[in-house]
Design a protein around this ligand. Structure first.
Ligand code: ATP
Ligand code: MG
Length: 219
């Protein structure tokens, strides 16, 4: 059985992402959502082959998973999952949600955490509508974010789906992004305090993000 599985968990959230690398924006958001919605577990699931990102621009799965594991170890509610990186072919989030539904008891509520940007893009995803029906969504927004357009778009896509299952939560660390961190490493600027120290050390030791957006190898 997967090490994250807890049969007692009634509220489990998925935080999916490329996590190239995972940073404090992801962690602060997940912790805020965990507290607000009294979640038992947050599963950080680094994506395998994302259909919407070119394969050669993403670091190898093992490095992304290991950084996610290092970053989540200090929180008793956070778990890193290999579920998507071990799957062959393209990664579709709906398959992950279905797999979790098989693992957890039927009355476990599954939450899906995204940034508002990713939430907006989700409407172009494979089986987006099915996904929207299966999970409770929490979209992290910057303070002051105008969510009306997003709400309109959701309601237009899934007319018969109750809006009560969509939540917005303002988080303060939204200016941090993985692309900015990669650019900082490439140009020799500091990433200290933007990522956990263990992740910073991993990036240094394995010399990630040195070259112009190309694949990385930890060996
Ligand atoms: P990139 O800059 O390469 O797009 P990213 O920082 O957006 O990377 P991802 O791994 O693509 O990181 O994001 C995973 C999830 O976390 C997405 O749902 C995204 O919207 C969300 N997210 C990303 N950055 C933040 C942040 N600073 N605060 C809250 N959520 C974030
Ligand atoms: Mg992103």
């Amino acid at each position: 059985m997967q090490d994250y599985y807890n049969p007692q968990a009634k509220r489990v959230a998925v935080m999916g992402g490329t996590f190239d690398p995972i940073h404090y924006g992801h962690l602060v958001t997940a912790e805020a959502v965990r507290h607000e919605f009294q979640l038992d577990q947050v599963l950080f699931i680094p994506t395998g082959k994302p259909p919407h990102k070119a394969a050669d621009t993403v670091s190898d799965s093992e490095s992304r998973y290991l950084m996610t594991l290092l970053a989540t170890e200090s929180n008793d509610h956070f778990y890193a999952s290999r579920m998507e990186i071990d799957r062959s072919g393209f990664t579709y989030t709906i398959d992950t949600i279905h797999a979790l539904q098989q693992i957890y008891p039927v009355d476990t509520e599954i939450f899906f955490i995204t940034g508002a940007d990713a939430f907006y893009q989700m409407f172009s995803w494979h089986n987006a509508e099915e996904l929207l029906k299966t999970c409770t969504f929490v979209a992290a927004t910057r303070p002051g974010y105008q969510k009306e357009e997003l709400i309109q778009r959701i309601s237009a896509t899934i007319q018969d789906h109750p809006m009560q299952r969509f939540h917005f939560l303002e988080v303060p660390a939204l200016a941090i992004s993985s692309s900015d961190i990669r650019a900082r490493v490439r140009s020799g600027r500091p990433i200290k305090y933007l990522v956990p120290e263990a992740v910073e050390n991993f990036i240094k030791k394995h010399r990630l993000y040195q070259k112009e957006e190309s694949p990385h190898d930890i060996s």
